[in-house]
Design a protein around this ligand. Structure first.
Ligand code: PMV
Length: 321
């Protein structure tokens, strides 16, 4: 009746931004991400013998804020008429600051809950369950390069485009603030859909970027992947900046990091940036580039710390009893 699962966050190279059905949390666009290795959420789900109130600790502290979302996620996996769950989540990186902590948390929650209850689900069912909790969580079920397809069906589908070892890129994350983000991604996406004059264009052009990224990954063409990923990231933030009220997650150090990465590129270093719903900058590095990139970002004004990670596997159940 207890299971522990571990899942890594993922970083989108072609972004998910916007919902076509907010009730069922279905994305308006497809997306492509890389799953990380060294950053993770480990989640223990213990099911009691009877119904009752769930409990949740995050890094050892009770978390009233996340509890309703975790409870709803467990409801979706087991149905509402279910035993109470005691959930303990531990995360080795800052939460809710644009580092996709919800992706690793909900991927881990879904598979730990299923294992604790002894339930088997197909990979499509797991993707829908994780995606219903957090759109990006479905991608953390798989390792390496992962595509989430947006179709007209009610379900989402997720597939692996390449394994971590097929193209061992690495990621340097520059932390420019450890504050919680001012606006959650779900609310920000809805505001973008309702108010941004660029939103419809964002949605209709996504297929072009997905095609370019898929080809670049298949051909291990770093420069082409860099070009389309940076374009897609800046386009997503342009949608947000043009929303009303504007959604600006960046701070001055975010921009310093972008300039640092531009300078590295001018020196021939194979690196590109991406930024999610937060002020941190993720620098994606070709094999061999990481040391120079990390040193440069550590020295950028306003960077508090850097972390690094290779590409890693999908979510796994570590223990079930
Ligand atoms: O899965 P959510 O609801 O936390 O949204 C993720 C949104 C971005 O991180 C900005 C983009 C993405 O594809 O991960």
């Amino acid at each position: 009746m207890r299971a522990v699962a571990r899942a890594q966050p993922n970083i989108a190279l072609i972004k998910y931004w916007g919902k076509r059905d907010s009730e069922r949390n279905l994305p308006a666009v497809g997306s492509i991400s890389v799953t990380l290795d060294e950053l993770f959420t480990r989640m223990s789900v213990q099911l009691s013998d009877s119904p009752g109130a769930d409990t949740l600790t995050v890094n050892g502290e009770p978390s009233a804020k996340m509890l309703p979302r975790i409870s709803r996620c467990i409801d979706r996996v087991l149905g509402e008429n279910r035993p109470a769950a005691n959930v303990a989540s531990d995360c080795n990186f800052p939460i809710a600051a644009g580092l996709a902590s919800s992706a690793s948390a909900f991927a881990a929650a879904v598979i730990a809950t299923a294992a604790a209850a002894g339930r088997e689900f197909s990979s499509a069912e797991l993707a829908s369950l994780a995606g219903a909790a957090s759109g990006s969580a479905a991608r953390s079920l798989y390792g390496g390069f992962v595509e989430l397809e947006n179709s007209d069906d009610d379900d989402i589908s997720v597939s692996s485009l390449a394994a971590p070892d097929d193209w061992p890129l690495s990621v340097v994350v520059a932390i420019t603030s450890s504050d919680s983000k001012p606006l959650g991604s779900g609310e920000a996406m809805e505001r973008s859909r309702e108010t941004s004059p660029f939103y419809a264009n964002w949605v209709s052009n996504q297929g072009v970027d997905l095609d370019a990224a898929r080809t670049a990954i298949a051909e291990r063409d770093f420069r082409s992947l860099a070009t389309v990923a940076e374009h897609n990231c800046l386009k997503m933030h342009s949608v947000m900046w043009a929303s009303r009220p504007a959604i600006v997650y960046w701070n001055s150090a975010t921009l310093n990091c972008l300039q640092t990465i531009r300078a590295l590129q001018a020196d021939g270093v194979d690196v590109f940036f991406t930024i999610d719903a937060g002020p941190q900058v993720k620098a994606i590095c070709a094999p061999g580039a990481e040391a120079d990139v990390r040193a440069a970002l550590d020295a950028a004004d306003g960077v508090q710390a850097t972390m690094r990670s290779g590409l890693g596997p999908g979510a796994v159940v570590e223990q079930a009893a």
